[in-house]
Design a protein around this ligand. Sequence first.
Ligand SMILES: Cc1cc2nc3c(=O)[nH]c(=O)nc-3n(C[C@H](O)[C@H](O)[C@H](O)COP(=O)(O)OP(=O)(O)OC[C@H]3O[C@@H](n4cnc5c(N)ncnc54)[C@H](O)[C@@H]3O)c2cc1C
Length: 438
Amino acid sequence: MTPEARKVERRPAGTEEFRDEQRATCCVIGCGPAGAMLGLMLAREGIDVLVLEKHVDFLRDFRGDTLHPSTMQIMDELGLVDGLLDLEHTKALRIEARLPGGAITVADLSRLKTRYPYITFMPQWDFLDYVTGEAKRYPNFRLEMEAEAKELILEDGIVSGVRYETSEGPREARALLTVAADGRSSPFREQASLKMVRTSPPIDVLWFKLSRHDGDPKDTFGYAGGGRFMAVINRGEYWQIAYAIRKGDYQKVRADGLEAFRRSVGETIPDLADRTEELQDWEAVKLLSVQADRLRRWHRPGLLCIGDAAHAMSPVGGVGINLAIADAVAAANILAGPLRERRVRSRDLMAVQLRRELPTRAIQAFQSVAQRRVISSSLGPDGGPSLPAPARALLRLRPVRDLPARIIAFGIWPEHVKHREPPGRSGRTPLAREESVK
Ligand SMILES: Cc1cc2nc3c(=O)[nH]c(=O)nc-3n(C[C@H](O)[C@H](O)[C@H](O)COP(=O)(O)OP(=O)(O)OC[C@H]3O[C@@H](n4cnc5c(N)ncnc54)[C@H](O)[C@@H]3O)c2cc1C
């Protein structure tokens, strides 16, 4: 099916309203990692897809910038990994923790059997520019920036699209399937009467950057001790730093003042004490209110939620972007056929949830243990992570020792691209690939 954008004149009784109407087989709300990947994969399958993004560009700092081996494998299967690795990035082969008693390796990805045994750090906006650039090669992919979805269109209990705002006025997108990939504050879950299961993570995170100097360590570290927990990520020219605080303590940290905050950073990581002055004001420090929740049901007729909209993840392990991408791959694998046949049943949507819910819940459980046992306990008066004796004994066994690296790298149930060759190339679906258009 070719994209069809119709301008229709609508005059509801008593008004002079004009509304642009777009039609697509699938309308995706939100062009984060989940929405961009779903858009690309459906376009590649020959599906007419419209992606709506409320922002003018993808420039947002401190988002999920951590591409794990599972995502690199997916990009490889899409034939896009070389182009991705041409973009500026850094790699972490292992994650170490510096504790008062000495350093330990938390996860050694270099020992894993994969072509990409490392975490690739890359600004999320570069990743999204790249994915949408590839998607735009397909004429059946449309991306509307500065298009903020407002309200689901419900007809006889079935979602048949969404109303949205643009700089040129209100529009409607009519679609066989609408996908909410608009992140962890998605209003469409409530509009669709989908219920959330919420948890109460004990921490929040402050993100900031400090410059990297010649002679600095190369690796990515966690620091725990003295009542503090920080993760320090090598981003090439700078360190990206996560400073954990107890949930709700942000105002107290601010009230104590920037100087006290700088001192605390320098005391925890003496290697960086010489440059904490770079934090000139609180604008340089971004609060991530850690949230972990999930929908009981990810769908209703005509609507599917994926990524953070279906399950907000804690930043522990940097898995959020990778799970969002895995959701998109599963959704495209399962739904491309029904969308092509223009018959998406509830059981198709349920199949996406069934495939992704268990891996998501398992990772959330893993994060919850790490938050309570390691991070939150580091912030307490005893100031050190506590591991019960049986867990310590288990950690000496090699398969258990490799478990954190495996979970971080692949999650519980890695997704793979069903059609390594786009269907158009094998002649099953007409797919005019415009090689010249980027
Ligand atoms: C400060 C911070 C740090 C993080 N650090 C990490 C990390 O280190 N590693 C990691 O893996 N994860 C991290 N995460 C989480 C990670 O960014 C998310 O898990 C991941 O981006 C989820 O992808 P998504 O596509 O589901 O949603 P999002 O990335 O939230 O994307 C949603 C998109 O929808 C758009 N949108 C929202 N509402 C509308 C609307 N009404 N109409 C149209 N468009 C809309 C948004 O602008 C956005 O582009 C972090 C998150 C934050 C906030």
